[in-house]
Ligand binder design. Structure first.
Ligand code: NAD
Ligand code: TYD
Length: 353
C-alpha cells in the first residue's frame, strides 16, 4: 500500500511514521510535512534511510502540490495529522488555525477526491483517516462522566473549533461524495519528541534549567493522558480494521489534575537528576488562567476496546518515567528545538520551498 502521512515530522506523526515504516516493509510511507516550528526531521533520524520511506516538504493548503504528490506516489491511504496543535497559540493567532486546520484539511480532502475519482476503481481500496482531538467535545464537569462518540461537539478554543470544523468536513466528504473516511478523537498525548510548549516537556525542561513552572489558574483542570506509542498503535489498528465512516474515541482512562501531574513530574525529574526530594517544588508559580480553559477532559474508549481490541499497553508510572528519562537523555534535541537552529537549517536546505 502507498500511504501518505501528513504532519509526520511532528510529535504524534513521527511515532506513526516510525511504527508504519518498521512494521510494514511492503508499504511505501510518504511523509508530507511543511516543517513549521513544530516539525523536525530529527524526530525521524532513525528511519530516514529506509527504502520504504520518503519525505516531501509541502503545505497541505497548497492544493495543486498536494494533488501532484498524491498522483506521483499513487497514494491509496491518507493518515492526516498535519495541524496547528497548541491551544495557547490559537488564542494569540486564530487565523493560522483556521487556515491550516480547516482550509488545509479541505484542500487535502478535495485533492484526494479529485485523484481517487479519476481512477478506474474510484474509492475502492482507499481510506482517508483524519486524526482529531477530544477537545472538540468541549469540557466536562467533575461529575465522573466521559466523552463518548455520541457526545455533541461544543468546542471552546480557536484550536478545538478549527479541529471540530475539519472533522465536519471529513464526514461531509463521506456523506456527499462517498469518500471512505474515518475519524478518531484522542485525549492528551505524552512521550518523546513533543514540542516543549506543551505542559509535560515544557515543565521537564524548565525543572532541568531551574526555571519557573507556570501553572494556569489553580492547577485544578483535569486531562486524560495517553502514551504516544499507544496512540500510534491505535491508529495502526483503526487504519486497517476500523469501520468506514465511523468514529472512535481513543484514551487511556488516565485522568490527572494538572497540579498532581506536575508534582509527579517534579518528583521524577528531581530523583533522576539526583536532587534532594521536593527540591524543585518551589519552581511552581500560579499564573493567570488560560482564557476559556476547559475544566476536564475524559475519554470513554470502550467502543475501540470492544470492537477492535485496543487497550493502552503502558501504565502511567512507567510512561512518565520513560518520558522524563528521554528528555533528560536527549538534551541536544531540546537545545536544538528551543534554539530554533533546526528551523534555520531546514529553511536553508529546502530554500523555503
Ligand atoms: P505537532 O504540532 O507536534 O505536529 C504538527 C505537524 O504538522 C508538524 O510536523 C508541522 O510541521 C506539520 N504541519 C503544520 N502545518 C502544516 C501544513 N500547513 N502543511 C503540512 N504540514 C503541516 O502536533 P501533534 O501533537 O503531533 O498532533 C498531531 C495531530 O494530532 C493534530 O492533528 C492534533 O490536532 C491531533 N491530536 C493531538 C493530540 C496531542 O495531545 N498532541 C491529542 C489528540 C489529537
Ligand atoms: P497543554 O499541554 O497545552 O495541552 P491542552 O491544552 O491541549 O490540554 O496543557 C495541558 C494542561 O496544562 C492544560 O490544562 C493547560 C495546562 N498548562 C499549564 O498549567 N501551564 C502551562 O505552561 C501549559 C503549557 C499548560
Amino acid at each position: 500500500m502507498n500511504i501518505l502521512v501528513t504532519g509526520g515530522a511532528g510529535f504524534i506523526g513521527s511515532h506513526v511514521v516510525r511504527l508504519f515504516v518498521n512494521r510494514y516493509p511492503d508499504y511505501n510511507i510518504v511523509n508530507m510535512d511543511k516543517l513549521t516550528y513544530a516539525g523536525n526531521l530529527a524526530n525521524l533520524a532513525d528511519v530516514e534511510e529506509r527504502p520504504n520511506y520518503t519525505f516531501v516538504r509541502a503545505d497541505i493548503c497548497d492544493y495543486e502540490r498536494v494533488l501532484e504528490i498524491l498522483k506521483e506516489h499513487k497514494i491509496e491511504g491518507i493518515i492526516h495529522l498535519a495541524a496547528e496543535s497548541h491551544v495557547d497559540r490559537s488564542i494569540r493567532d486564530p487565523f493560522s488555525f483556521a487556515q491550516t486546520n480547516v482550509m488545509g484539511t479541505l484542500s487535502l480532502l478535495q485533492a484526494a477526491r479529485n485523484y481517487w475519482e479519476s481512477l478506474p476503481e474510484g474509492y475502492e481500496g482507499k481510506r482517508f483517516y483524519h486524526i482529531s482531538t477530544d477537545e472538540v467535545y468541549g469540557a466536562l464537569d467533575f461529575d465522573g462522566t466521559f466523552f463518548t462518540e455520541e457526545t455533541k461537539y461544543a468546542p471552546h478554543s480557536p484550536y478545538s473549533a478549527s479541529k471540530a470544523s475539519s472533522d465536519h468536513f471529513v464526514r461531509a466528504y463521506h456523506d456527499t461524495y462517498g469518500m471512505p473516511t474515518i475519524v478518531t478523537n484522542c485525549s492528551n498525548n505524552y512521550g518523546p519528541y513533543q514540542f516543549p510548549e506543551k505542559l509535560i516537556p515544557l515543565f521537564i525542561n524548565n525543572i532541568r534549567r531551574g526555571k519557573q513552572l507556570p501553572v494556569y489558574g489553580k492547577g485544578e483542570n483535569v486531562r486524560d493522558w495517553l502514551y504516544v506509542e499507544d496512540h500510534a498503535r491505535a491508529i495502526d489498528i483503526i487504519f486497517h480494521r476500523g469501520k468506514t465512516a465511523d468514529t472512535y474515541n481513543i484514551g487511556g482512562f488516565n485522568e490527572w489534575r494538572n497540579i498532581d501531574l506536575i508534582k509527579v513530574i517534579i518528583a521524577t525529574v528531581d530523583r533522576l537528576l539526583g536532587n534532594p526530594e521536593g527540591a524543585s517544588l518551589s519552581l511552581i508559580k500560579y499564573v493567570t488562567d488560560r482564557p476559556g480553559h476547559d475544566l476536564r477532559y475524559a475519554i470513554d474508549s470502550s467502543k475501540l476496546k470492544e470492537e477492535l481490541g485496543w487497550e493502552p499497553s503502558l501504565q502511567f508510572e512507567e510512561g512518565i518515567e520513560r518520558t522524563v528519562r528521554w528528555y533528560l537523555d536527549n538534551e541536544a534535541w531540546m537545545e536544538q528545538v528551543t534554539s530554533g537552529e533546526y528551523m534555520r537549517y531546514y529553511d536553508e536546505m529546502y530554500n523555503n520551498r
